[in-house]
Design a protein around this ligand. Sequence first.
Ligand code: HEC
Ligand code: HEC
Ligand code: HEC
Ligand code: HEC
Length: 297
Amino acid sequence: MRWIRWIDTLVAVFVVALVVIARMPASVSAVTLPTVNASATCGKVACGSGFNQSNHDFVNGPLANTTVNLNGTNTTVGQCTLCHTPHSALLTTLLWNHHLSNNSQFSWDVNTTMAGTPFTVFQNNWTGSTTKCLSCHDGSVSRQTINWFMGQTPLPGSNTAVCTTSGTPPVTRCVASGSHIGNGGNMADVHPVVMPYPCGRVQNTYGPSASQTGAAFVANEWVSQPPAPIEIYTNPSGNNVNRQTQGACTGTTNGIECGSCHDVHNGIGAVYDMDLLRGNINPAGATGYICQLCHAK
Ligand code: HEC
Ligand code: HEC
Ligand code: HEC
Ligand code: HEC
């Protein structure tokens, strides 16, 4: 009967379409989104449950009781103040209150990635989140060393309770040594940051030296628009850095910072199984492996 043939044809077309879609190079629709590991903790609380009592909550988290020396008296500062302050901030962007790194500049030991993208040499006051993270995580400044609190200027670095000095030459470490990134300004062995991301699978430009994705990048090995909660940044002009809408990076001035892979606030619903990570890393039953949220390998 003719109408059955029509249905057969329709079904056949539908199946062919499904096969074609399935065989298309990996795109956003093919990315498996992260799943929560309910037992994972980020500090004293579950990953992705918000800032309070997380790794970066230095008042109620695992590293509680951070004090700042105000005119000779150790005073516990507010939860947010070790990083942001409403007044007298060091920088307008993010109202940043923590002292910048003592390393004025960060660089890698090679010039370009395999694709030919130049690694960015960046100063400690680059606007992106990377320099904010490194102000503590490169080990050069104690986490209590802030700019301002309640009308009083703290004594910089006067509380060294969480800093230890070791090695030859001696290096003062102010976060646990396992958390060290960029010690001495040396970014060798660290995944690219302050680097362009090939949004739309085309070459992008990003950062203080307008680094451009190398011509040898393989377009279809990139997720065109990395899904939430991955954070892609845009640097349309000068040192202005903004967030892109998650899951929708447009234009060609996009790049990645530490904040692309990590949520410093243990953001609600944005961190899954460890290390304030915007994705999963533990293989046990988890989908949304962090690396494949950007790399379509
Ligand atoms: C005010 C200082 C400070 C700033 C700024 C800061 N961190 Fe941290 N961070 C710490 C300390 C202290 C810890 C606790 C672990 C430790 O002592 O190493 C920590 C913990 C972490 C952890 C968990 C480490 C673990 O072993 O589980 C990650 C991941 C992390 N930070 C990433 C970042 C990123 C990314 C940024 C910027 C977006 C950032 N941090 C900004 C001080 C800071
Ligand atoms: C491409 C994604 C990515 C970027 C970008 C990234 N990280 Fe991570 N980071 C991870 C992953 C994945 C882990 C967990 C695996 C591990 O511990 O190596 C991690 C772990 C960490 C830890 C825990 C201790 C450690 O070394 O394992 C700290 C602290 C940290 N990152 C800080 C940073 C800082 C600071 C930056 C920016 C300079 C940064 N990360 C950029 C993916 C990233
Ligand atoms: C350990 C340092 C640290 C602490 C503590 C911290 N923040 Fe942040 N905050 C950051 C960094 C770094 C960024 C930039 C994040 C990025 O771009 O990845 C940021 C960004 C922000 C932003 C602007 C971007 C956004 O996410 O909307 C706001 C608002 C903010 N923080 C508020 C707070 C508040 C409120 C608290 C206290 C409850 C707090 N932060 C505690 C480091 C911190
Ligand atoms: C937020 C997006 C993003 C995530 C997530 C991500 N990467 Fe990358 N990765 C990049 C970008 C951008 C580059 C630089 C590409 C270029 O232009 O050469 C890069 C480069 C690399 C390179 C090549 C470096 C070189 O010298 O050529 C490797 C290897 C790599 N990433 C591994 C990883 C691994 C492993 C993970 C998971 C832990 C990961 N990436 C997660 C964005 C990401």
